[in-house]
Design a protein around this ligand. Structure first.
Ligand code: SF4
Length: 416
């Protein structure tokens, strides 16, 4: 979502004569678009501001910060970083045209989203275009800051999304990824309650040779209608990103996730039973407050039971305003969290390799995305990276590739 916001911010600034540059040393205006999901990402943003502060001593430079840290800290940032010129929150992106020409140091952080306006979007992701469909979250997981920084769920009108999709296809993009913190909640706040499945079917009807993806799914919001839609589609890719966060039901309860391990299992089974060659990926937190050795082992066993194709992992990091941050008496030691995270990462590698090996000998459709180091690289429908040895193909082609070999992070093959 942040990357998509950055493309929108760059697009808005392009109307005022700015263009993206490759090197920050050449920039007149540097903006860091921040994430505050973990302390580490927040700290990285602050250190970036420090670097730019030093640069500003030697040349005229405007410095801005936006995104979740800006939303969370607001005015404090202007006090803490005297060289900072502009702070704008997650709800203030469309106010940017008014903000950039104002005199003095500005902080614009509101709780009420500023309505979407028509601007260019400076897309930066090759053949893939992000398309936000819903923003915010109503779930209030006990560790998560997103509902405080992104606000409650707000769906975009289906027609606006479809119009944007039409433009994306017209501009030659080959993949559209529908985005939301909670993409399956799409439409619940709109009149007529359009669903994600409906939206996917409408986008699929658009003419052109392109793929559709969607991310991120909340487990219990995945409907039979959605599974059926993906199953029957030619354009929607067969992959679901469904964060489980822990394999232990008591920890899921403490996290305020609204499902048990057994309910999660039923969803995974339904998807795998219905959709051939589907990939299911996840997110897990190691060392949530109160997580015992036994709870952690339940997480490891979840990998074996659900055969995840890949997972993101993170050590628990207390976030301001969240309930779990107040449970210091239950904190897992830093050392233990680090240890569990390493074990988890090894498990992810083991499962990812196992998942990749399933495809050796199969033929998969690959969208060729780039040519690097003498080899073409592309992605399968189920989001596996493939290196292809053939030369007579082009970036942007959809090619049937026979998979010959698998490593942990990619597949190798040649044109069939
Ligand atoms: S569903 Fe996701 S975004 Fe929403 S509160 Fe939970 S972890 Fe955060």
């Amino acid at each position: 979502m942040n990357k998509s916001d950055s493309e929108r911010i760059a697009g808005i600034l392009s109307h005022f004569g700015y263009e993206l540059c490759d090197n920050e040393n050449d920039a007149d205006f540097c903006i860091v678009n921040t994430c505050s999901i973990r302390q580490l990402s927040e700290d990285k943003a602050y250190s970036k501001l420090g670097v730019w502060g030093k640069m500003k001593k030697h040349k005229p430079l405007k410095i801005g910060i936006c995104g979740c840290v800006a939303q969370q800290e607001g005015q404090n940032l202007l006090k803490r970083f005297p060289y900072l010129d502009l702070v704008f929150g997650t709800h203030n992106i469309y106010e940017l045209p008014d903000l950039i020409n104002k005199e003095g140091r500005i902080c614009a952080v509101t709780d009420k989203p500023i309505a979407e306006k028509e601007f260019n979007i400076t897309r930066t992701r090759g053949l893939n275009a992000w398309l936000p469909i819903i923003e915010g979250c109503n779930n209030f997981c006990s560790y998560c800051i997103v509902p405080y920084t992104r606000g409650r769920e707000r769906s975009r009108e289906p027609q606006n999304i479809i119009n944007e999709a039409k433009n994306i296809i017209k501009q030659g993009y080959k993949e559209i990824t529908l985005l939301g913190q909670n993409v399956d909640s799409y439409g619940k706040d709109l009149a007529n309650k359009p669903t994600l499945a409906y939206l996917l079917r409408e986008i699929e009807k658009l003419e052109g040779n392109f793929r559709i993806r969607f991310v991120t799914s909340y487990p219990t919001d995945i409907t039979d209608e959605l599974i059926e839609t993906v199953k029957n589609s030619k354009k929607i890719c067969e992959c679901f990103h469904i964060p489980m966060q822990s394999g232990s039901t008591p920890i899921l309860k403490a996290m305020n996730r609204r499902y048990t391990r057994e309910q999660y299992a039923q969803i995974v089974k339904k998807i795998r039973d219905n959709i051939e060659d589907v990939t299911i990926t996840s997110d897990f937190i190691a060392g949530f407050p109160g997580e015992t050795e036994e709870d952690f082992n339940q997480t490891l066993s979840a990998f074996d039971e659900f055969e995840f194709d890949y997972s993101n992992t993170a050590a628990y990091s207390p976030r301001p305003k969240t309930p779990a941050a107040k449970w210091a008496d239950k904190y897992v030691s830093e050392e233990e969290k680090k240890k569990r995270l390493l074990i988890l990462n090894d498990k992810v590698k083991e499962m990812t390799l196992k998942s990749n090996q399933k495809y050796v000998g199969k033929t998969l459709e690959v969208l060729i995305e780039s040519f690097k180091d003498g080899k073409f690289e592309g992605r399968t429908r189920n989001n596996k990276v493939v290196h292809i040895s053939d030369k007579d193909i082009n970036v942007g082609d959809f090619v049937d590739v026979k998979i010959e070999r698998a490593s942990t992070w990619c597949l190798f093959g040649s044109k069939k």
